[in-house]
Design a protein around this ligand. Structure first.
Ligand SMILES: Nc1ncnc2c1ncn2[C@@H]1O[C@H](COP(=O)(O)OP(=O)(O)OP(=O)(O)O)[C@@H](O)[C@H]1O
Ligand SMILES: [Mg+2]
Length: 496
């Protein structure tokens, strides 16, 4: 075995994040690490990379016990990590990012030419040919991720850890990154892959290990495991029935809530008309870059629209800024909730109350009992895994932080809530919870706009689906016309 972990244990005040976990990684395999939000995946990885010190247990690399005290030390030992948020420097060139800290020198000075040549050679190894003199920031997330992988492998070279690397990539980009991962596997690296996308796990991985509540539940070859069984291992119970598809029902007549007329902005999205009914879920489908997020941002006043108007039953609304949109009863949970949404040092309760407090004005503080009630309600409804509402939100697992940010917007009780990728990074169990929650809220009269790359989810939740292509709204589907085929055909340009 390349890497052997025995009895790994790690506690935080009041909770045991890892409880006597065993894990093996062979050279030349991709091993998936799966489990619900808060199961302990990131904690295990942080113990491996020296970000956390383990309380007990043994980690051996090629037979020798190791105890890395920092990520640099882990790298020197041969363990490299790439996170979802690429931690490279966008303002430096590709070559500088790749060679940072180990630049080739001549007469004591950095040898720019040698550096560029080496950077090019490194990327050629991965089948990538790009201008290494350009700033890293000018390349797509996928390319940046591959560059991060190339750097991690060059620095470490035995074990590569990928913690939710594909969360913000589209299908083609995922393919590119996987191509690189397979090459590295074939070269004999051991790769640990953390993801909530089961399709990707089945596509890429050789073995899986499931964690639940800090314990190892099972390790198995992927060929010996079916999907339902796998999900049951993750949840610790049988999978509940899928949320009933709304679209199979006859479209309901609803009072109109909002009319968007000729709203658009050059370079972002062409002017579109859209009427949102009260209690309706409108889904936005399309490929990455088709203008979905831009449509959502325009609706929320994040960018001023050029021309057109938005009105409700009382007349035109001036959505010139997010502040104005919030005042008009809009809410927007953006795709990048981790960086956009949370204040890590504040408690879960404070994070949930934050936006509501801002809207009321700081002169009228929300009574503490009210804050407590709100926080407890949402912790229960969204199944936020925590030992209590006073925990700093930064100590929650990634997926649970996202749920807390969603709770913040729900607490505002908006009449129109825009959700950009509401279930990204959220595990299968909580996924169904969130779809159910959207249904309940809309039954109570809230209108919701959902942007999602997951067709199944979009179909399950939407009354109406708008399809975008090349920054244009190209189709609007309702009722039984909503199906994976019709949406895919509209994306491909077959129906108008
Ligand atoms: N620095 C910390 N301080 C306190 N508790 C922590 C800390 N880091 C993690 N935890 C707790 O340890 C548990 C495991 O968290 P971890 O981040 O490993 O989960 P995860 O499996 O990566 O989940 P996700 O899928 O949401 O990313 C959680 O209950 C979390 O709240
Ligand atoms: Mg995690």
């Amino acid at each position: 075995m390349l890497l052997t972990i025995r009895n790994l244990t790690k506690s935080f005040p009041g909770m045991r994040a890892l409880d006597a976990v065993d894990f093996d990684l062979a050279a030349g395999e991709v091993h998936a690490l799966l489990g619900e939000n808060g199961a302990g995946k990131s904690t295990l990885i942080k113990c491996l990379t020296g970000a956390y010190r383990r309380d007990a247990g043994r980690i051996a690399l090629e037979g020798a016990e190791i105890t890395p005290h920092s990520t640099v030390e882990a790298q020197d030992l041969g363990i490299g990590t790439v996170y979802q948020e690429v931690n490279l420097l966008p303002n430096l060139t590709v070559a500088q990012n790749l060679m940072f800290g180990r630049e080739p020198r001549r007469f004591g000075l950095i040898d720019g030419r040698a550096m560029r040549a080496e950077a090019r050679a490194m990327l050629a190894d991965y089948g990538i040919e790009i201008d290494v003199d350009r700033d890293l920031g000018s390349y797509s997330v996928a390319i940046r991720q591959i560059i991060a992988i190339a750097r991690a492998v060059a620095l470490s070279g035995k074990v590569l850890i990928l913690d939710e690397p594909t969360a913000s990539l589209d299908a083609r980009e995922v393919g590119m990154v996987f191509e690189v991962v397979r090459r590295l596997r074939d070269r004999g690296l051991g790769i640990i892959f953390v993801s909530h996308f089961l399709d990707q796990v089945f596509d890429l991985c050789d073995r899986i290990t499931v964690l639940r509540n800090g314990r190892r539940i099972v390790t198995e070859r992927i060929a010996d495991l079916d999907r339902v069984k796998l999900i049951e291992h993750m949840l610790g119970r049988a999978l509940e029935d899928e949320v009933e598809h709304r679209a199979t029902r006859v479209p309901r007549a609803r009072p109109d809530l909002l009319h968007f007329e000729g709203v658009g902005r050059r370079g972002m999205v062409e002017p579109f008309d859209l009427t949102v009914g009260k209690g309706e879920v409108v889904g936005l489908a399309g490929l990455l870059g088709s203008g979905r997020t831009e449509t959502a941002e325009l609706m929320f006043g994040l960018h001023p629209a050029q021309g057109g108007q938005v009105r409700d039953a009382d007349g035109p609304l001036a959505l010139t800024s997010p502040r104005a949109a919030i005042a008009a009863g809009f809410g927007f949970a953006p795709e990048d909730r981790k960086t956009d949404g949370i204040v890590a040092e504040l408690s879960i309760r404070e994070n949930i109350a934050l936006a509501l407090q801002a809207r009321r004005g700081w002169a009228r503080p929300i009574p503490r009992t009210e804050q407590n009630r709100m926080a407890d309600d949402y912790i229960r409804q969204l199944d936020i895994r925590t030992s209590g509402r006073e925990k700093p939100i930064g100590e929650l697992s990634g997926g649970n932080q996202q749920k807390a940010v969603l709770a913040r917007w729900l607490a505002m009780n908006p009449r129109f809530l825009i959700l950009d990728e509401p279930t990204r990074g959220i595990d299968v169990g909580a996924h169904a919870e969130i779809l159910r929650l959207i249904r309940r809220l809309t039954a109570e009269g809230m209108s919701v706009l959902v942007v999602s790359s997951e067709l199944d989810e979009l179909i399950a939740v939407s009354d109406r689906v708008i399809v975008l292509r090349d920054r244009r709204h190209v189709a609007e589907l309702q009722g039984t016309r909503i199906s994976p085929e019709t949406i895919m055909r509209a994306i491909a340009g077959e129906v108008a």
